[in-house]
Design a protein around this ligand. Structure first.
Ligand code: SF4
Length: 284
């Protein structure tokens, strides 16, 4: 399988999103999934272009609504590997309502967030994950709001797979995405994906200096939900790796009584001729 396309990239040279795209393509190849069995559903923003650059089904939806469309798609066709993708502005500002409910619903999709801590497409405004004090065009005196902590929110809301990657650490990101796709239920893969054009503060070098890799800590227990939350709350550093993984996760699809195992589109909707005849006879 080859997930590359000939589509010319619109992203700025050096954008972190290239690393996320490459990791996703590699993860899908290594998992042996065929392109016609993959759907990438994105929102609006620079990151929303990711579906254009990958050889799979691509649904480029409206701002903040990628998760709603992705969940519906998965429920209709369980054979598809559904990847929702977007940025921090798309997902955690206008999309926050969908985010919270997707976390607790647990439909079997993977949500990849390219977090650059700024709005890139609209040319550099403060986003929900921008750091306190961050100066942008929309906050020239510095950001006075606290940042959204999407990882803590995910754990608090019952999400069964919470991970954080870095677009410059391909090896780790590929493994995280593979594991997220295999996880039975909603999987969050947040990635630090620097905007080289508008965010001069949270650069590749900044992340290299501030990231702590949980995957390299043998004492860290990723199956302990309370420990995961404690780690996120107490650490001064930004973490990467699989922060939390619920070994007992049960998909939404498997919790709904009577939900067809084959999904909706693959169900045999043809009507039994005997049933038709009965209807016809009734109105004779
Ligand atoms: Fe990437 Fe920033 Fe350019 Fe958008 S503006 S493509 S996020 S570098």
């Amino acid at each position: 399988a080859d997930f590359r396309t000939s589509e010319k990239s619109w992203w700025c040279p050096g954008c972190g999103d290239f690393g996320v795209l490459a990791a996703l393509q590699k993860a899908l190849v290594e998992l042996g999934i065929e392109p016609e069995k993959v759907a990438v559903v994105s929102g609006i923003g620079c990151s929303g272009k990711i579906g254009n650059y990958i050889n799979s089904y691509n649904l480029h939806t409206v701002h903040g609504r990628a998760l709603a469309a992705a969940q519906g798609l998965k429920l209709a066709n369980r054979e598809l590997t559904v990847i929702a993708a977007g940025g921090d502005g798309d997902g955690f500002a206008i999309g926050m309502g969908h985010y919270m409910h997707a976390l607790r619903r647990n439909v079997d999709i993977t949500y990849i967030v390219m977090d650059n801590m700024i709005y890139g497409l609209t040319k550099g405004q403060t986003s929900p994950t921008s750091e306190h004090g961050f100066q942008t065009k929309s906050t020239p005196a510095g950001n006075v709001e606290r940042t959204v902590n999407q990882l803590q929110l995910a754990i608090a809301s019952g999400c069964g797979f919470v991970a954080n990657g870095f677009s410059a650490n391909q090896k780790q990101l590929v493994e995280i995405i593979k594991r997220a796709i295999q996880h039975p239920g909603f999987a969050l893969v947040n990635t630090y994906s620097p905007c080289v054009t508008f965010n001069k503060q949270n650069t590749f070098d900044f992340f290299k200096q501030h990231l702590t890799n949980l995957d390299e800590d043998p004492t860290y227990d990723r199956h302990d939900r309370f420990a995961a939350m404690k780690k996120l709350m107490e650490t001064e550093e930004l973490v990467t790796g699989i922060v939390y993984e619920d070994p007992n996760s049960v998909r939404y699809e498997d919790r709904v009584a009577g939900y067809p195992a084959e999904g909706i589109v693959n169900r045999d909707w043809s009507v039994d001729p005997a049933v038709w005849q009965k209807l016809v006879d009734q109105y004779k």
